[in-house]
Design a protein around this ligand. Structure first.
Ligand code: BGC
Length: 381
């Protein structure tokens, strides 16, 4: 009699263990849908990654663009915290690099020229007389090869690869690039970059999401509290090209070493702020290049959302959406006005190929470039 009774109990326990294991892994999801075609007929897919907490990232293979990123607030409510557009056609019509992967070179190269191994290379010029974010058709406008991978930890990654051919936008070398987006169960969007080349070249990859921790379209970002672990920044000329100086931030409007409202000093009569029409500057990170270190923390008081940015890179471009001007309407139908989003683009410094004192962006033939950046989300009171 006794032994007969034990069987259903053991079965129930086993079922319970199975169900709870299944429930956890069942919440980690990946899905893929058709997102349209480029004018030259390439199919574009939209990939959805969901972690076990319900945080969700939607990324397309066109430009590796993060189209949406849903993150909980302090009550657990999910909001989409990145600016973006509704359809592929909207992206194709033109936008200021919303959510995109940037390459081969994040930010500017003066006059679109640099010399390497005694040879002068002329790049596509697309920002006044300068080269910006990889040129006319940068990585943000290419269709990448994409596939889902489940990591050893049971998390989801989207692996994107792209071969940038020798001479593309003026750069030397066939460059093989891999970018892995991983949505961790610790509410992080992790980005791992790898690149190799068959000829010496220069490279500086970054990611260009515009964040608004209140939710996209929900007003400006001036009341977000920002900390950047940087004692110095790289001041620029009127065309946003670094002068070469590493200037102390102490005591001025670029001092974010303690949590400070983004808008607290943005309208001060400071020449650098005037050149950028607000913040649009590279900060020299205190953390050690090559190891993952905390670069910046952003806190939004009304929702309690916190975003930390960690990176192996030596710099971070802090850009306050100064050129958003109300001409683009976002995903939920709200108009994006000036300063409705901010970017924290981890990077090597702008114009490094022409600045021998900056950390080098040269990638030698046969060597591998590795870089990691993590956008980590949490909440607090
Ligand atoms: C640059 C800005 C530029 C923006 C793109 C930022 O990374 O620093 O100058 O306007 O990207 O729209």
């Amino acid at each position: 009699m006794r032994s007969i009774n034990k069987f259903p109990i053991a079965l129930a326990v086993l079922l319970l263990i199975f169900a709870s294991t299944f429930a956890v892994s069942a919440q980690v999801k990946m899905a893929k849908e058709n997102f349209g075609k480029t004018p030259d007929g390439q199919q574009v897919e939209l990939f959805t990654l969901t972690n076990k907490n319900g945080m969700e990232a939607r990324i397309m293979d066109y430009g590796g663009i993060v189209v949406s990123l849903k993150v909980p607030d302090r009550t657990g409510k999910l909001d989409d915290v990145v600016l973006g557009l509704n359809t592929l056609d909207d992206y194709l019509k033109g936008h200021p690099y919303f959510g995109a992967l940037i390459g081969r070179y994040g930010n500017r190269i003066a006059k679109g020229r640099f010399t390497l191994n005694g040879v002068e290379y002329k790049l596509a010029v697309n920002n006044g007389e300068n080269h910006l974010h990889g040129g006319i058709k940068g990585f943000d406008k290419q269709v990448w090869n994409a596939k889902f991978v489940k990591t050893a930890k049971g998390e989801v990654s989207l692996v994107l690869t792209y071969l940038s051919k020798d001479g593309e936008e003026g750069y030397p070398g066939n460059l093989n690039v891999t970018v892995v987006y991983t949505l961790t169960n610790n509410n992080e969007l992790k980005i791992d970059y790898t690149a190799t080349t068959d000829k010496d070249t220069v490279i500086n990859l970054t990611h260009h999401s515009y964040f608004n921790l209140k939710g996209e379209g929900n007003g400006d970002i001036l009341d977000h509290q920002l900390t950047i672990d940087a004692n110095r920044f790289t001041p620029t000329d009127a065309g946003s090209i670094p002068t070469g100086e590493l200037k102390s931030v102490m005591g001025g409007p670029f001092d974010f070493t303690k949590p400070t409202g983004i808008g607290a000093r943005i309208n001060q009569p400071d020449q650098q702020l005037q050149f950028g029409k607000g913040y649009d500057h590279n900060f020299v990170l205190n953390g050690r290049m090559g190891t993952v270190h905390l670069a910046a923390t952003v806190f939004e008081p009304t929702t309690g959302r916190v975003m930390e940015v960690l990176t192996t890179e030596p710099g971070i471009q802090f850009y306050t959406g100064n050129f958003l001007d109300g001409t683009l309407t976002g995903k939920s139908g709200k108009v994006y006005q000036q300063r409705y989003g901010f970017c924290l683009e981890t990077q090597h410094f702008p114009d490094s190929p022409n600045q021998p004192k900056f950390p080098t962006t040269t990638l030698r033939k046969g060597k591998t470039m590795n870089s990691t950046t993590i956008y980590r989300f949490s909440t607090r009171k």
